[in-house]
Write a protein that binds this ligand. Sequence first.
Ligand SMILES: Nc1nc2c(c(=O)[nH]1)N[C@H]1C(S)=C(S)[C@@H](COP(=O)(O)OP(=O)(O)OC[C@H]3O[C@@H](n4cnc5c(=O)[nH]c(N)nc54)[C@H](O)[C@@H]3O)O[C@H]1N2
Ligand SMILES: Nc1nc2c(c(=O)[nH]1)N[C@H]1C(S)=C(S)[C@@H](COP(=O)(O)OP(=O)(O)OC[C@H]3O[C@@H](n4cnc5c(=O)[nH]c(N)nc54)[C@H](O)[C@@H]3O)O[C@H]1N2
Ligand code: SF4
Ligand SMILES: [Mo]
Length: 732
Amino acid sequence: MRHPKLDRYQNDPALRIISGCCPHDCPDSCSWQLAVERESGRAIDIWGHPDHPVTQGKLCGKVDRYLDRSYHPDRLTSPLRRVGPKGAGQFAPISWDEAIDEIATRLQRIIDHDGAEAIAPYSYAGTMGVLQGEGMASRFFNFIGASRLARTICSEAGFEGYAYTTGKVIGMETQDYRHAKLILIWGSNTLTSNLHLWPFVQEARRSGARVIVIDPARTRTARAADEWLPIQPGTDGALALAMMHVIVNEALYDADYVASHCHGFDKLRVHLQRYSPQWAAPLTGIDAARIEVLARDYATARPAAIRVNYGLQRHAGGGAAMRAISCLPALVGAWRQQGGGIQLSSSGSFPLDYRSLRRPDAAQRLTREFNMNRLGDMLSRDPAKIARAHHHPRPVDPQPTPDAAGPPVKALIVYNCNPAAVAPDQSAVVAGLQRYELFTVVLEHFPTDTVDYADIVLPATTQIEHWDILKPYGHLYLALNRPAIAPLGESLPNSEIFRRLGRAMGGDEALFGQSDETMLQAFVESQHDALFEGITWDRLLAENFVRLNLPQPFLPFAHGNYPTESGKCEFFSERAARDGYDPLPTWAPPLSLTGAAESLRLISPPAHNFLNSSFVNVPRLQQREGRPALWMHPADAAERQLHDGDWLRLWNAQGEVELPLRITDEIVAGTLLAPGIWWSKLSPDGRNINQLTPQTEADLGAGALFYDVRVQVERVAPTAPHSTPAELIAAD
Ligand SMILES: Nc1nc2c(c(=O)[nH]1)N[C@H]1C(S)=C(S)[C@@H](COP(=O)(O)OP(=O)(O)OC[C@H]3O[C@@H](n4cnc5c(=O)[nH]c(N)nc54)[C@H](O)[C@@H]3O)O[C@H]1N2
Ligand SMILES: Nc1nc2c(c(=O)[nH]1)N[C@H]1C(S)=C(S)[C@@H](COP(=O)(O)OP(=O)(O)OC[C@H]3O[C@@H](n4cnc5c(=O)[nH]c(N)nc54)[C@H](O)[C@@H]3O)O[C@H]1N2
Ligand code: SF4
Ligand SMILES: [Mo]
């Protein structure tokens, strides 16, 4: 395909065109192209890869500004050592040799005194690359025998719930939404967080499809859809169960599909009787009659597609909700047709073998594993809290007693993550990061909230400066990223930083001697699943992105073939029962269902112009976003005699934060919405919304409860003259 930018640049002898892909935590995993000046080595433009079937030549508004991010004047360009108090962000430059020596010496001392489990990694998906993500980092932590980290902050509850039904998190192919006649966008803000699905949704609409958005907020996606179905947060499980109740009782289910490919229908039918639309109506805030119509429409539209995402599983009953929703397409036989089914994520379609990269064989034994959602507890010195921070995702998993919880964490190594801003229960996190005897190393691009607490800061490269391979979670194309420019300043790829640390800690050449390209090539060559047959390093170099060897159209469950124990879609799951759960899809209420009479529910989904806490410091995107704010329904504001622009103090057992009020009927009454995730230090009172979120785990997978919160509100005179983010940056 042609692209105006490619047309403009490709015949210019002063430029090189380099292909790569976006590293961010986003289902779209776009491939991109860059124009780089041969002489200066500077990248001058970036655009979506015109040939990628999902990217289709377009990047989102954030990554359109990726060069502003990579060339940002605040990029960290040399290693730093803390010179002020923790949290003050005062540092002095040091050399790489000094930094690596100091870290290796401190870690060795901790290993000698407290054991290697006193060292813990903390990371998430700042980059989703297989190498710069957990590739070399895991190898390093395996080698030294550090504690392990369960990366639960985003999607665990939903993944577990979906997998009890279908076996693996496998779903419809993104491009196939174009064939649907009804699309339910459920707990997802497509135009913000999954933009490249939208053209296929629009194509479906041009052929007559209806699009319904089920969300507590009238998001830009809800505005663009045919209908917004407002729902109270954390109650989607009730809606799904009531829909199934109608579909079964009115005999609208696909009897053939159910008989051939589903397990436990008779038990489900009996079980569903308690979940009538009349039962669900007061929980969800949706009329019983509307639920009935939705159920009938969903059961009779052919093909019917659901795009379900993570918004609805950040609740105490989020796993159960996903378990219930994922039963719907099988019940109505939607999987039979191209354009029918559901997509939560395409992750389960990639049976990648990471052993050659991460080298689990380098570990002497399996060390303790922490749940990343409990970072506050994990960094505590209280043995009961340390015990609580151990990962125990299912009711049947043992939790250690305090005396068996192991040593307090003495060193924390943070990369690809900004926990001081994004982790729940911020006060507990900050209290941990402030412990004077905790040795904290942060690998970063920017002086984030977390960097302020580091003892040593290590400057990392951005995606246009290093090699990687990306596994997407919203489509089926594996992608290669190559460096387009030289590393800025003294920055180094995560892989090289952990390589140097590994050598300094006594690792040999076999573990810490290979180059990035060699490691990636070996990784590609170590894949033995038939889905990767013919996907070679040379092919990735030549084509940049390659589809898995799956048939097209890809109809994963048209003829059953569920990767479950029974080989069928499991309405009844013996595995769930063994894990300590109800074997049938059931209702699990959110914590926020109950609370003090005057309190309100609070959700904090992504701001359109940021990606989690990334891009918050890119001026143009910050200008578009404005400032941190709180949405409240007019009825809730009237009851409290509040006015637009009032400053509010929000508080609960976890903490407090001040935000300016925006009164809008684009959020359901009884619920507040604060777009996230602002850096605390760019927020008016130096705190962000994670002051209010709990460390409590979801029902499944020990997932996070970011949207399952209750808060009290009151009007305050601003404690300090409230600065705008731009003024805060200028003062920095
Ligand atoms: N622009 C942008 N894109 C992003 C991100 C970003 O920060 N910014 N983040 C990326 C990441 S890490 C992720 S995990 C994904 C997240 O993207 P999504 O999976 O789409 O999830 P969220 O954005 O968390 O929430 C989506 C919608 O769910 C709604 N919601 C909240 N609670 C409930 C509920 O109980 N029921 C229902 N039905 N809806 C609810 C919210 O109002 C929101 O509109 O997006 C990725 N893409
Ligand atoms: N209140 C609230 N909190 C939330 C959420 C919410 O919706 N509401 N969403 C949650 C979700 S879904 C997620 S996924 C988490 C995300 O939380 P995080 O994974 O922390 O995501 P980011 O905030 O984008 O921070 C990633 C950091 O990694 C850095 N980084 C990027 N690439 C590299 C690299 O190559 N090397 C190094 N060393 N650093 C790099 C970036 O500069 C950035 O500061 O937040 C969670 N927190
Ligand atoms: S953040 Fe998402 S939509 Fe934007 S370029 Fe990256 S993958 Fe594409
Ligand atoms: Mo996420």
